[in-house]
Design a protein around this ligand. Structure first.
Ligand code: SF4
Length: 288
């Protein structure tokens, strides 16, 4: 599918968080507008597609704006935004990214995320949460190792299921094995790694799945589309083709009670290292 790709400049790159993200970090940072994984499995239920201010009515996955000046903007904004965060009495913390993936395939060509991470090395946030669905994050391993020495770095690798495919839906952009391998490599390199199971999809062998997470990551976060997609009762996601496919794999997996069942299994394998929904994204884990 052709992607409407544009090289653009922005006026701002560090966005003060509002809404649910406010309890997670003080700022969010999006190297790109849009996400080319929107055509893959994660794009079917992607919460961002419902944000019409962001999509401008374009189909999710069909466009990508490359914010060419992102790293320079970070340099010019960082001290002002750090001061603003400090006036709120908190640390200056950045979520990268909440409405795109820093490692879309086009990152290999434009290296926006790499350049931003290099700018962060010069003037680091107190905390950085870097979230991706892709093993391409390993391209920046040495930079991430250096960043982990100068700020609290948490890498979120999204792995929503042990299933590669759901019936009738496009395949995942990056295989489950490759994402686990990326988590493992990052952790072996001394980086704190969280596997985000978000939105939770049907997990056929939950015991094996969370045992694998326990061996290859530091923690996990489990988030169901009910309560996670920003609408009452998950009705935004209910309007997509995701729930029907989920029910075909595990009946009842579209109910919130499924999340609670899965959380109980996860806690057996990762005591004290399981976060649920927004609290988990904020780095808070249930007691052992
Ligand atoms: S990678 Fe993230 S932002 Fe991109 S389509 Fe998937 S869920 Fe949405």
């Amino acid at each position: 599918m052709a992607i409407d790709l544009n090289q653009t400049t922005s006026r701002s790159i560090l966005t003060r968080t509002s809404g649910f993200l406010r309890s997670v970090t003080t700022h969010s940072l999006q190297p790109y507008r849009g996400c080319t994984y929107g055509n893959a499995l994660c794009g079917v239920g992607c919460y961002v597609q419902h944000n019409r201010l962001l999509t401008h009515g374009q189909r999710w996955g069909s466009f990508l704006d490359v914010r060419e000046n992102a790293a320079d903007l970070y340099r010019s904004q960082v001290e002002r935004e750090r001061r603003w965060a400090e006036t709120r009495g908190g640390a200056f913390s950045v979520f990268m990214s909440s409405s795109t993936d820093p490692y879309v395939p086009q990152e290999r060509r434009y290296r926006l995320s790499r350049r931003i991470l290099q700018a962060m090395l010069e003037s680091p946030p107190d905390e950085l949460v870097l979230q991706t669905h892709s093993h391409l994050i390993l391209d920046d391993l040495s930079t991430l190792q250096a960043l982990s020495q100068v700020c609290r770095l948490r890498v979120h690798i999204s792995i929503e299921s042990d299933q590669q495919d759901l019936p009738g839906l496009p395949p995942a952009a990056c295989s489950v094995d490759r994402r686990f391998a990326a988590a493992h490599t990052l952790r072996q390199s001394g980086i704190f790694v969280v596997v985000t199971v978000s939105p939770l999809l049907p997990i056929v062998d939950a015991d094996a799945f969370f045992a694998r997470i326990a061996s290859q990551a530091d923690a996990t976060v489990i988030d169901h589309f009910i309560g996670g997609d920003g609408s009452p009762d998950g009705r935004r996601t209910a309007a997509t083709s995701l729930p029907q496919a989920m029910e075909q794999v595990i009946a009842g997996s579209t109910r919130l009670s499924y999340r609670d069942e899965v959380v109980d299994i996860a806690r057996k394998h990762l005591p004290g290292r399981v976060g649920v929904s927004i609290d988990g994204f904020a780095g808070s884990y249930l007691p052992a």
